[in-house]
Structure formats: C-alpha cells, structure tokens
Design a protein around this ligand. Structure first.
Ligand code: SF4
Length: 331
C-alpha cells in the first residue's frame, strides 16, 4: 500500500481546529473522502480505488511556470504533485504519477515544511495538484503550515470529483479553487474516467467552491489572491460536452466566473488505443469551443492558443484568435 502511517495531531495548536482535522480523518474509517464512497477502512490499511493509505504519496514539488498567468506571475507557482487519483482517465497526461503512483509517502509535517520552503523560494502560492483523495492529511498539512507562518495563498487544483463534506472542512484553509469540469455526460465520464455520477458531483463541488471563495480576485500585479477558476480541457469528438458545461457555468456560477479553456489534449496512456480519443483536437473543434465561450459570455479568464499558449479571451473576436498576444492577464 502507498501512503501508510498514522496521523499525529499533537502538533496542531487549538482544540477547535484539531477537532476539525480529526473529523476529516474519521472519513477514512469507511472512506467517503471523495464521491466514489468506497467504504474501505483506510485507517486499518484497506485500499479503495485511489490505492492510497493514510498519508499522501508525493511525486514532485517545485516552483512551476506551466499554469495560468495569475498563478504563475513572475516567480512561479509552488506546485506539489500528489500521486494516485480518484479518477482513472484513459487520456491522463500525468499517468505515471496518477496511475503508476510514482513517489514516496510523506507526512503532513513534512508537507508543511515543503510549503514553507516553496514560499521562501519566492512562489506566489502553494498549488496542490490532485488532492481529492487525500483531503484529511492535506488539511492537516495546511493547518500546520499556517500555524508555522505560511502567508501565500493555497490553490486546490483538482479533477473536480470532490466530496462536499470534505470541501466544507477545507473552508478557510483554501484560498483559490482550481477544479476541472471534464464532462457534461455521465456516460463519457464512466467510459473514459471510470467515474460514476461525475456530472452531479462535479457541479455540486464547483458551486460549493464558488460559495466559499467567490470570483477570482487579483492583486495590483495581476497575481491571484482568492477565488474560483474553472478549467475545461477541450476533448476530441466533443466528448467533454463543453457546450453544456459552459451553459451550466453561465447559469449557476455566473458570467463573471473565471474560466480556463485548455487546448493541450494529446492522446497518451490507454487513449492511444481508443478511436474516439486517439488524436489531438482539430482547429475546427478549437474554434467551436471558443465560439461557445463567447456565446455564453464567459469573458473572464484564459484560453490556450491552439499551440498551447495562454491568452485573454476578451482581447479579440474568435476569428482573430491565432494572432493575439499570449499570456496576458484578465482585463
Ligand atoms: S478517496 Fe479513494 S478510497 Fe476514498 S472514496 Fe475516494 S477513491 Fe475510494
């Protein structure tokens, strides 16, 4: 089993917050940490779909420049990549980490030290990548890091298959939510990512995230301080259902929602053997996705150029997109 160990809560100052962290770990006893609700006892060494024990497995951590401009700024995002995942996407672009579980178990104390070190190295934020299956120790690490002096915003960078009770425990500890909205049809979520009821769980999670942190707020230098940014990866053959997702965002979150539309899909992992997934998106599919963005008036955010650079969608009309400057912040 990956991520074995027992939590030690004695380092947390304050009974109230210690109780909150303890209640998060209790969800491990019959695991309901994510919407899969596997019901295994992770405290006793059982494993569910995410193959993870009590503690996270850390794959990598570094100051990273591959995210959207308000996360990267001038000094980079302090990115912490966790191994394993509660989804199993045929096209996962990080499958050695998410499905082959490359990495080493790490305690919440060690994680807190890593966050502080990334902050010391100048990172604008701490960016937790794929945390949905390990919320209890992640919360534990955030509490310790804040009590030890962490100042920069914390980014919860998830696949969007998140549990509402876990998100509620994170309230006040996460500053920026960065969820995917991968699908608008459960059929494709099940076939491609092996997830049941993804659409309802994902939409409920996004609404809860927005309730907690509201719209994205940037500081005077264009660096994100707080709020929600929704990501959607454009998939070939319309499998991601972007039209319905865009309608949901405009209707339920509001047209002021910050959306990051990503064009970097490429076939890898099992998707190379599946005809509908085994190619990049076409330029026509890319243009259609942008048209939907404009139709729904989702003008706050970023799109990747067809060659994967970031740009501000409010800067031009869709027909002019290939000629626009990349990487500009929201107007
Ligand atoms: S966190 Fe892991 S074990 Fe728990 S419900 Fe989700 S997939 Fe299952």
């Amino acid at each position: 089993m990956v991520g074995e160990g027992s939590p030690d809560l004695t380092g947390i100052k304050g009974d109230g917050v210690r109780n909150v962290v303890e209640s998060a770990y209790l969800a491990y006893a019959s695991c309901s940490v994510c919407p899969r609700n596997c019901g295994v006892n992770r405290l006793e060494g059982e494993m569910g779909t995410c193959r993870t024990g009590v503690f996270p497995v850390l794959s990598a951590h570094n100051v990273h420049f591959g995210e959207e401009p308000p996360l990267v700024g001038t000094r980079g995002s302090g990115t912490v990549f966790f191994a394993a995942c509660n989804l199993s996407c045929d096209f996962c672009q990080n499958f050695p980490i998410s499905q082959m579980d490359y990495g080493k178990p790490v305690t919440p104390e060690k994680l807190a030290e890593i966050y502080l070190d990334l902050e010391k190295r100048g990172a604008h934020n701490i960016n937790l990548v794929t945390p949905s299956h390990i919320v209890p120790p992640v919360l534990h690490s955030l509490v310790l890091a804040r009590q030890w002096g962490l100042k920069v915003p914390v980014v919860y960078n998830s696949n969007g298959y998140d549990s509402i009770p876990m998100l509620r425990l994170l309230e006040g500890w996460v500053d920026i939510y960065l969820p995917d909205m991968k699908y608008s049809d459960d059929l494709w979520a099940r076939r491609i990512s092996k997830a049941d009821s993804y659409v309802a769980a994902n939409r409920a999670a996004v609404k809860e995230m927005f309730r907690q942190v509201g719209r994205l707020v940037l500081d005077g230098e264009g660096i994100a301080r707080k709020g929600l940014m929704i990501r959607h990866l454009i998939m070939p053959n319309g499998l991601g259902g972007w039209d319905e997702t865009a309608k949901f965002i405009a209707r339920e979150v509001g047209t002021e929602a910050t959306v990051s539309l990503m064009a970097q899909y490429f076939p890898t992992n099992r998707s190379m053997r599946k005809p509908l997934l085994a190619r990049r998106i076409t330029e026509e599919e890319y243009d259609q996705a942008l048209e939907i963005l404009f139709q729904e008036n989702l003008m706050e955010g970023y799109v990747q150029e067809f060659d994967s650079e970031w740009r501000d969608p409010s800067a031009s009309e869709p027909a002019e997109i290939p000629e626009t400057e990349s990487g500009r912040k929201i107007a």
